[in-house]
Design a protein around this ligand. Structure first.
Ligand SMILES: N[C@@H](CCC(=O)N[C@@H](CS)C(=O)NCC(=O)O)C(=O)O
Length: 218
């Protein structure tokens, strides 16, 4: 049986996993999970991933339920020494650090706003939540002043994970390109990548517009 990636195009971590499948030519069948219909809460799904999140990668009895772990696994298994995830231990550590930054800071701050709306129908964002998102622009500008990309001077899997998340922030927190020129340039550069155009752009736009529609300052 071929491996399967359970995904939803609206989801940033799912889009990161889909892009990585394309980049590393992972032999995988894509399976859509309709979260609005709560397909992620069925007993079958919860057996795969008790955390009821997508994406989930399933290859026989081998299951990965975190997109960052997927990106690392895909790069190591199918990447053929790709510069997207070099073997050098210090470079890897810098990349891992930014993968954790994406999960723990960028995605978490976004999720704090979108999860209540998407899952519980609770609309609106507090000023603090929006300020938290705005603050990530400061973090990113500082990181991108050290290196051309988030972890190193070339694109790595950390950029792919973070871009899938950050590319939608401007829908609810406008980006001042004069104040954040490095971040603006990084967003433009990532947007140009063929895998971002093909597998990220449409889902990001749809979810960005959704975010805008459910967000208002309280
Ligand atoms: N750390 C996880 C986060 C995955 C995640 O939270 N996905 C969201 C969609 S963007 C989800 O499935 N939420 C549904 C839920 O939490 O019930 C990853 O990177 O894969």
């Amino acid at each position: 049986m071929p491996a399967k990636l359970y995904k939803l195009d609206l989801s940033p971590p799912a889009r990161a996993a889909i892009m990585a499948c394309e980049i590393f030519k992972v032999p995988v069948e894509m399976v859509d999970v309709n979260m609005l219909e709560r397909e992620n809460l069925t007993p079958e799904f919860l057996k795969m991933n008790p955390c009821h999140t997508i994406p989930v990668f399933v290859d026989g009895d081998f299951v990965i339920h975190d997109s960052h772990a997927m990106l690392m696994y895909f790069a190591d298994t199918y990447g053929n020494n790709s510069p997207l995830y070099p073997k050098d231990i210090k470079q890897r550590t810098l990349i891992n650090q930014k993968l954790f930054f994406n999960d723990g800071v960028l995605f978490t701050r976004l999720r704090n706003i979108t999860y209540p709306a998407f899952v519980h129908g609770v609309k609106g964002a507090t000023k603090m939540q929006l300020d938290d998102l705005q603050e990530t622009y400061d973090f990113l500008e500082a990181f991108l002043s050290r290196h051309k990309f988030l972890a190193l001077d070339h694109i790595t899997i950390a950029d792919i994970a973070a871009y899938a998340t950050v590319c939608m922030f401007h829908y609810i927190v406008p980006l001042d390109t004069n104040k954040y020129p490095k971040l603006a340039a990084w967003l433009k550069e990532m947007e140009k990548q063929p895998y971002c155009q093909k597998y990220n752009a449409a889902g990001a736009k749809a979810f960005g517009e959704y975010m805008k529609s459910v967000t208002e300052t309280k």
